[in-house]
Design a protein around this ligand. Structure first.
Ligand code: UDP
Length: 328
């Protein structure tokens, strides 16, 4: 049984709340800090201690650090919509970079020097080759990816001030576990949208572009089950506490096209629904598939769940939420 105390910033979000539950199962003491702007209080496990606050609120953050003896921080807090980042770049830079720097300053002031940071495949932009390895060129094509890459660089620079970090570059998180599923308002992500269509909450699903240079013309992504991601955080955390640092892709190494995702949803749910062919969405690279080798070599483990399990877990969860969704 472990006893370290971990501060999970953004622990009321989709990936954060799964990780909190998984870490609690493993015996960690958990403190959640979340503004609840995008997070949901009901997702926070009752065994975690909770502080409501924004990353910009230095007084509140200092209170958290002075009231608790924290061993390491996991930072999930951040704006994540790539499309929105193109419309509101200042908001993205301010929160994803500026406010996260405040967090680092306060951490170091309280002698906490270990952090796991939620980064993204978006740091790579349009990859020159797939699967993508960690040292491939990083050339984001949206401000979301730009802010995440910039903060990775801040973390690297802060090593001279004693900071130790692991950056996890997530590919496409999806699926449901612990009775927590993926939903955003408004929803833009493929898997929840297709499932909502299968549930009859939408008339059709749009495919954004069928003329990409891929196996069937539609974009290919690497979908990772959210509970696999939660496990990846625990492994990374153990590693960080034992002196490992660096950046890691967290993906499966397998890519599925938009059409394949839709076909999987049709097969798993037994529902047929209308598909519309639409224009390409701005800022979408044709293929994003991770090489999970570095994570595997360092931690001896890689994601276990495939697209079928992602879709079937999401389907089961979405069905239980049908009445709630109808009201949204
Ligand atoms: N996509 C689509 N129709 C939709 C939503 C998404 O064809 O209604 C495509 C999108 O263009 C991308 C893939 O599905 O190629 C995954 O998109 P998502 O927004 O889920 O994740 P992203 O890869 O953008 O982080």
């Amino acid at each position: 049984m472990v006893h370290e105390t971990i501060l999970v910033v953004g622990g009321a979000g989709y990936i954060g709340s799964h990780t909190v539950k998984y870490l609690l199962e493993k015996g960690y003491n958990i403190i959640v800090y979340d503004s609840l702007v995008n997070g949901h209080e009901e997702l926070i496990d009752q065994s975690a201690k909770f502080y409501k606050g924004c990353l910009s609120d230095e007084i509140m953050l200092e209170k958290v650090f002075s009231e608790n003896k924290i061993d390491a921080v996991i930072d999930f807090a951040g704006f994540i919509e790539a499309g929105e980042s193109m419309k509101r770049p200042l908001m993205f830079f301010e929160n994803n970079v500026g406010n996260c720097i405040k967090l680092l300053r306060i951490m170091l002031k309280f002698n906490v020097n270990k952090i796991i940071f939620s980064s993204t495949a978006a740091v790579y932009g349009v990859p020159k080759k797939v699967p993508i390895t960690e040292d491939d060129e990083k050339k984001p094509i949206n401000y979301y990816g730009e802010t995440k890459l910039m903060f990775e660089q801040v973390l690297n620079a802060a090593r001279t001030e004693g900071l130790k970090s692991i950056k996890l570059r997530y590919f496409n998180a999806a699926g449901a576990w612990y009775n927590i599923g993926e939903w955003h308002n408004p929803e833009t992500h493929l898997i929840p949208l297709v499932i909502n269509t299968a549930l009859g909450l939408r008339e059709s699903i749009k495919i954004f572009g069928v003329d990409y240079d891929t196996k069937d013309g539609t974009c290919v992504r690497d979908y990772v089950h959210v509970v696999d991601l939660a496990k990846a955080h625990e492994l990374a955390l153990r590693g960080l506490l034992n002196g490992i640092e660096g950046e890691f892709n967290v993906g499966t190494g397998k890519g599925y096209s938009v059409k394949e995702v839709i076909d999987t949803v049709k097969r798993v749910t037994g529902k047929d629904f209308k598909i519309e062919i639409s224009e390409r969405r701005e800022g979408d690279p044709a293929i994003l598939v991770a090489s999970p080798e570095k994570f595997f070599k360092t931690f001896g483990w890689m994601p276990e769940k495939d697209l079928n399990e992602i879709v079937s877990s999401a389907w089961s969860w979405h069905k239980t939420q049908l009445e709630t969704f109808k009201k949204k």
